[in-house]
Design a protein around this ligand. Structure first.
Ligand code: NAD
Length: 373
């Protein structure tokens, strides 16, 4: 079968990647979607059960750091677009093992860029109709001051409260963790490939995602799972850090919009205008889980356990995504209350998925991070 486009999506077995793969496989039956994923602890093919038989979907277990393998994939599938999500993504792990983050996020991205460049430059049409789209994080921008009001803000009221206290596409990079430093470096490499070789590239920087299929080392699934097992909820410091949260399917929709309509060499910020202090998010999760489980003991606030703050913990991230709305018409579709309800329900309804990945290596990781309670 001849496909209209051949897209290589890296990291498609991870949290966000699986939502992007699902959306593209279903929405574009005339595109071939090649999902290349190393299947690290964070990659899980069970995230894609509903699309794995689709005629336009191919899974390849592959390491982005393996240049020969990436080159072979480019040639074999005649790749004309790359959406690059594969990465080591957990800040806590980056503090314990920065080398792995530099290797995957920096060298892996470079190997993929080189493989795409070599293949595309070998073609008669060269870069025509090609795109290398790199997915990144708002954490590259550093931290903002902590003047956070409670709860969700829409774009207008958030700007009334904070003035210019947002990350825009022009904010200077100032990463603080090994994770954000590695992502910042990979962003620079991607832009350098545009400026040096003329490769059509795009970079987007997104805020914290939440939703189904997230590995339960990240705050929301970790806490849902812990409440279910009546385990302590480890909150860093006093829980004052502020993050902007976006429902993962809204991020996938933004990626679709930007892939098809974004201007080459541009950067777009993606965010929810939905800032929460960590401790408030924890309370929302507790209330939602307890309500849905019909917990007879009332709310599980007694499980909250304050732990020593993360090293170099950035106070506040807040992203200004008005450019994306203005230029490409994207905005978040889901209110946080609805998104969190859907998310909690999904984890409670998919306990086998959670139980599967929280056995084995996860238990060692958990004991190492939080002790064996
Ligand atoms: P994740 O950890 O859930 O998934 C990462 C995926 O990459 C896994 O499937 C893993 O197996 C794969 N992978 C890791 N190393 C690989 C390698 N060397 N070769 C091939 N595959 C490899 O991550 P996520 O949360 O889905 O994040 C995806 C991307 O989005 C990352 O680039 C991350 O920096 C970025 N991002 C994440 C968030 C968030 O809130 N999760 C926010 C903004 C940006």
């Amino acid at each position: 079968m001849d496909f209209k486009r051949n897209l290589l999506i890296t990291g498609g077995a991870g949290f966000i990647g699986s939502h992007v793969v699902r959306l593209f496989v279903k929405k574009y039956p005339d595109y071939r979607i090649v999902n290349a994923d190393k299947l690290t602890y964070a990659g899980n093919l069970a995230n894609l059960r509903d699309v794995e038989q689709a005629p336009n979907y191919v899974f390849v277990r592959a390491d982005i750091c393996d240049y020969d393998c990436m080159s072979a994939l480019m040639r074999e599938y005649e790749v004309d677009g790359v959406i690059h999500l594969a990465a080591e993504s957990h800040v806590d792990r980056s503090i314990k093992d920065p080398f792995t983050f530099a290797k995957t996020n920096v060298l892996g991205t470079l190997s993929l860029l080189e493989a795409a460049r070599a293949y595309w430059e070998s073609r008669e049409e060269r870069y025509d109709g090609k795109l290398f789209y790199h997915i990144s994080t708002d954490e590259v921008y550093g931290a903002l001051s902590l003047t956070c009001p409670e709860g969700r803000r829409d774009a207008v009221s958030a700007h009334e409260v904070y003035g210019d206290e947002f990350f825009t596409e022009d904010t200077k990079y100032d990463p603080h963790s090994p994770y954000s430093a590695s992502k910042a470096s990979s962003d620079h490499f991607v832009r350098a490939y545009h400026d040096t070789y003329g490769m059509p590239t795009l970079v987007t920087n997104c805020s914290n995602n939440y939703g189904p299929y997230q590995f339960p080392e990240k705050l929301i699934p970790l806490f849902i799972n812990n409440i279910r097992h009546r385990k302590p909820l480890p909150v860093y410091g006093r829980g004052e850090n502020v993050r902007d949260w976006l429902y993962v399917e809204d991020h996938a929709r933004a990626i679709d919009t930007i892939f098809h309509k974004g201007k080459v060499s541009e950067t777009y910020n993606i965010g929810g205008f939905n800032e929460w202090k960590n401790i408030d998010i924890v309370r929302v999760i507790i209330r939602t889980v307890d309500r849905l489980l019909g917990n007879p003991e009332g709310f599980s606030d007694e499980l909250i356990t304050y732990v020593t703050d993360r090293k170099g913990h950035d106070l506040r991230y807040a992203i200004d995504s008005r450019k994306l709305k203005r230029e490409l018409g994207w905005e978040p579709s889901l209110q946080f209350e609805e998104g969190i309800e859907r998310t909690v329900r999904w984890y409670l309804d998919n306990q086998a998925w959670l139980d599967n990945i929280t056995s084995g290596e996860y238990e060692n990781y958990y004991a190492n991070m939080y002790g064996s309670r």
